[in-house]
Design a protein around this ligand. Structure first.
Ligand code: GDP
Ligand code: MN
Length: 403
């Protein structure tokens, strides 16, 4: 599950990470009053207004309706309202939104932390993530933080450092010091950075996160180290023990079909192919997608209906698949181990009748308990459903209905 910047920052703060402070609003009326409160508690006179969407690159992104960027500095309380109006409610397109602007439902109004002082502020990059290949956590960091970390990785990869952390012993003091040293820090900033790294790592571990990306980590002109941005991914499987974090889920940021599937207890991932798949078991689903690909089609989705393929579930799954306008055929591939094939077949026939006309051909392969009875049921139904016994047969049928 992904979080918004303001949510990620609230977790960071609870672990003692210094952050750029701010207030969140979802309407213009509240913006000025809240900005004044922020001013009273932090002393800031300038404010940075930041679109809260699940995508990075906001600073360089553009709000379709107004032409504003997604992160804008308001140099004074009198500029806050106008700045918020330029962002809130609009659609923000960034390098990470795949060509469709994302609706901005909330903005974060944050204190300006790039104020002048004894030294120039500098922007670093830091993320903590799970390095699956090494079975360790890793801290990735760079002196070249800010808005172009992808370009840094591409053109000057030697400026990106990696520190691996053995989960059995955790982050060690020498590692935090090495990071601060490699970032070129000394004195007060060095000390603050080691503390920052420890707190950040604690937040990452404590929240059962799979990624905490802070870009930029800012060294302020008075040598404080603070998180200016936060991109956080939490492990869905651990959310049951973080009720407060689970409540941070923003369904408006997710694929509506995937949300609907989730509510129906189906494991569904939308893909861009033309053959819808309905399968029980993740492994079989993947094998089925391979077979579709081999037969010249492209899977339109990954869909694992799980153990109970009754009429109701089958119908939900059909309806979900059919919402995808690219679907030209549906392949049902069910192995009847615990669930009986004839019950699934009956489910398919019932769902079909319930839904009226299904506008695309359906290829059904049912194997396992009562497969013979199941095939007889399908064949006798008189519906636009083709049954297959072998996987190859099913693939050939897909090929023939597509051509
Ligand atoms: P992103 O573009 O989605 O990664 O959004 P960020 O939260 O990283 O903000 C983008 C950029 O806005 C940062 O890299 C900074 O350069 C700038 N920025 C963020 N906060 C402030 C601030 O308090 N003052 C000023 N002047 N610039 C800021
Ligand atoms: Mn950023």
């Amino acid at each position: 599950m992904n979080l918004h910047e303001y949510q990620g920052k609230s977790i960071l703060e609870s672990y003692g990470v210094a952050i750029q402070r701010g207030v969140v609003v979802d309407n213009v009326e509240e913006a000025v009053a809240k900005a004044k409160e922020l001013s009273a508690s932090t002393g800031t006179e300038w404010f940075v207004v930041k679109a809260q969407i699940h995508a990075g690159g906001r600073g360089k992104g553009t709000v379709e309706e107004t032409g504003s960027h997604g992160v804008v500095l308001a140099k004074g309380i009198d500029k806050v309202e106008e700045t918020v109006k330029g962002i809130l409610g609009g659609h923000l397109e960034t390098a990470q939104t795949n060509g469709v602007g994302k609706k901005v439902n909330k903005v974060l109004i944050a204190e300006d932390v790039y104020y002048p002082g004894e030294s120039e502020p500098s922007e670093f990059y830091m993320s903590v993530l799970l390095d699956r290949a090494n079975e360790r956590n890793a801290i990735i960091y760079s002196t070249e933080g800010g808005m172009d970390i992808e370009a840094v990785a591409e053109n000057t990869p030697h400026l990106i450092f990696k520190e691996e952390i053995d989960p059995r012993v955790g982050l060690q003091g020498f590692q935090a010091r090495k990071i601060a040293f490699n970032l070129g820090l000394s004195g007060q900033a060095f000390k603050e950075m080691t503390k920052f790294v420890f707190s950040l790592y604690a937040a990452y571990e404590g929240a059962d996160s799979s990624m905490f990306e802070i870009n930029p980590v800012l060294k302020t002109s008075d040598n404080k180290i603070i998180a200016v941005d936060a991109k956080v991914t939490l492990d869905d499987n651990a959310l049951y023990r973080h009720k407060a974090y689970a409540a941070m889920r923003d369904k408006t940021e997710e694929d509506p079909m995937e949300v609907e599937a989730d509510e129906a207890g189906l494991n569904y991932v939308n893909l861009d192919g033309n053959v819808g798949c309905m399968v029980n078991g993740a492994g079989l689903a993947m094998a089925t997608m391979d077979i579709i690909k081999l037969s010249g089609g492209n899977p339109a989705n990954f869909l694992d209906v799980g153990g109970t393929a009754d009429a109701e579930r089958v119908e939900k799954a059909f309806r979900l698949i059919l919402q995808d306008k690219n679907v030209e055929a549906i392949l049902v591939n069910i192995f009847g181990g615990i669930v009986r094939c004839d019950r699934v077949a009956q489910g398919i026939v019932d769902a079909y009748k319930n839904m009226g006309e299904i506008p695309v051909p359906i290829i059904v392969r049912l194997q396992g308990t009562n497969a013979v009875e199941a095939k007889a049921l399908i064949d006798a139904s008189g519906l636009n459903v083709h049954s297959a016994v072998l996987l190859q047969e099913a693939a050939d049928l897909v090929k023939s209905v597509l051509s």
